[in-house]
Design a protein around this ligand. Structure first.
Ligand code: SF4
Ligand code: SF4
Length: 495
């Protein structure tokens, strides 16, 4: 392990309420914070972010004000993105009115006393929320809706009904909020299909099938609160490329990966604050990372042989964690940012990179050993998922092919094309690469790289007149012992 000095300054991009909440919490933990508003191409008084180089702990940010550029070093970066909102009433066949209102409108009403009075008629009000049918619900959207539903429920004489397609509780405190809301009396229905909603000048009717009581139900709320879809604002793409962080399939900062929620990104040291409640979590993560300005890390997590490196920068482009920079001689792997997945090592055309614990020479030896004994099935098992599933399957005596040989790898992204060929040449009857599911890969794209390589080999085998069924690719989670056994046995049957 070596000590690495890191900056104790933090850059917060976004000066809205979320950015300011994050800045406040981080400052309270003793870090110096610079907050900027990000406005690409704007030469006004604001400070803009043009470029960020460097890696975790020592990001070099080019900040520009009135044409003047200064490079400042930051240990971590927090982005508080902004969104635009769009009402999804037309998806429900509804017109906005004084009885069919948006989430934003309800929030405005709840903030004023006369507004709240107007919401409650003499006999009380039944207020229905609909979400997740116009568009796939996001945790942050669901949270806002559920907070409003709970406020409504706690108003005298009001009753909140929530119709939601897919209650996503994967945001901080959401599971608790959901439980408390239901405890307070918010009634939740989760029909699979969009409820049928009728709107006339004096009545609203919701009709749906309740899957819990297995009956059709119908009721007439006084108000319907329609979900809104959030859209990333126009600055998001620029931030994505400047910070080299992933977006999800809808273009929101932060990839759709369970290992990143709620505030992490694919780059250690870059965090996303989607809402104010994320501030405390981010501040603690920054404290955990930067500590007192010295980070301990394994020096040889990923090592580049400068004699072999030709500075093609393939590794820089494929590293999902933004852990690679370079100097005049060779690529440089940041011991702090590197997660040891091995994607870069498998992609490097010069074999110039070695990963701690999984150096090529050792892995070649392991492959030789596995493939050498009586036409085995060689399975490359990612240690984050498939290896655990295999161990569990073995532990409970699942039926597995007798000649199964497992090669332990740090991530499916470290399965070189060469290792698969080597297994086949040495006599393996078949080779399987077992990776995490999409959106569940700790290295973000290790499973994707592995699948590309597997497909490439399958095509080549076919072109050579050899059955492509000799190679297989499976997605497995660590708790899927049954599926591991099932999929491997299915593969074995095809050989
Ligand atoms: S991919 Fe290999 S050769 Fe290319 S820059 Fe990286 S270490 Fe050097
Ligand atoms: S091992 Fe993975 S995280 Fe480390 S530098 Fe290579 S690609 Fe990046």
């Amino acid at each position: 392990m070596i000590d690495i000095n890191v900056s104790k300054e933090v850059l917060v991009v976004g000066s809205g309420s979320t950015g300011l909440a994050a800045a406040e919490k981080i400052t309270a933990l003793g870090y110096k914070v610079t907050t900027i508003e990000f406005m690409p191409g704007n030469n006004a008084d604001s400070v803009n972010l043009e470029r960020v180089l460097g890696t975790t702990g020592n990001f070099k940010a080019d900040l520009v004000k009135k044409g003047e550029r200064a490079t400042q070093t930051f240990g971590a970066v927090v982005v508080a993105p902004e969104y635009t909102r769009e009402a999804l009433n037309t998806q429900y066949g509804l017109k906005l009115s004084d009885k069919v209102i948006t989430q934003t409108k309800l929030e405005e009403i709840l903030e004023t006393k006369p507004g709240v009075k107007g919401l409650i008629n003499g006999n009380g009000s039944a207020i229905a929320f609909v979400s997740g049918y116009g568009k796939e619900s996001k945790p942050s959207n669901f949270k806002k809706m559920f907070e409003a539903a709970q406020k409504v429920q706690n108003l005298e004489k009001c009753k909140a009904y929530v119709f939601v397609n897919n209650a996503k509780v994967g945001a901080e405190g959401l599971e608790k909020l959901f439980t408390k809301g239901r405890h307070d009396g918010v009634l939740c229905f989760k029909p699979e299909n969009m409820p049928e909603i009728k709107q006339t000048s004096n009545e609203l009717t919701i009709r749906t099938f309740d899957p819990v009581i297995r009956k059709d139900m119908e009721f007439s709320p006084d108000y319907i609160v329609i979900e809104e879809s959030l859209q990333p604002d126009e600055k998001t793409d620029a931030l994505k490329s400047i910070l080299r962080i992933d977006t999800d399939f809808e273009g929101f900062l932060q990839s759709n990966n369970v290992h990143r929620f709620p505030v992490m990104t694919n780059r250690l040291g870059v965090y996303v604050a989607h809402e104010e409640t994320a501030a405390a979590n981010i501040a603690l993560k920054i404290k955990e990372l930067l500590g007192d300005g010295v980070i301990q890390a394994a020096e040889d997590q990923g090592v580049v042989d400068s004699e072999k490196c030709v500075l093609c920068l393939t590794c820089y482009r494929c590293c999902p964690h933004g852990a690679i920079s370079w100097d005049d001689e060779a690529a440089i792997i940041s011991p702090v940012a590197c997660q040891g997945c091995g994607i870069c090592a498998s992609e490097c055309p010069m074999d110039a990179i070695q990963i701690k614990g999984f150096v090529d020479e050792t892995l070649r030896g392991n492959v030789d050993q596995a493939a050498d004994s009586g036409k085995p099935i060689v399975v490359f098992c990612c240690e984050n998922s498939a290896l655990q599933a295999y161990n569990a399957a073995k532990g409970v005596n699942k039926d597995l092919p007798e000649n199964l040989k497992v090669v332990h790898i740090p991530c499916a992204g470290k399965v070189d094309v060469e290792f698969i060929w080597q297994s086949l040449v040495k006599g393996a009857a078949g080779v399987v690469v077992a990776a995490c599911h999409e959106g569940n890969c700790k290295s973000e794209k290790g499973n994707t790289y592995a699948k590309w390589r597997f497909s490439d080999i399958a095509k080549r085998l076919e072109a050579m007149g050899i059955s492509k069924e000799k190679v297989g690719f499976i997605n497995i989670a660590s708790n899927m012992a049954d599926d591991f056994a099932k999929k491997i046995n299915e593969f074995a049957l095809k050989l």
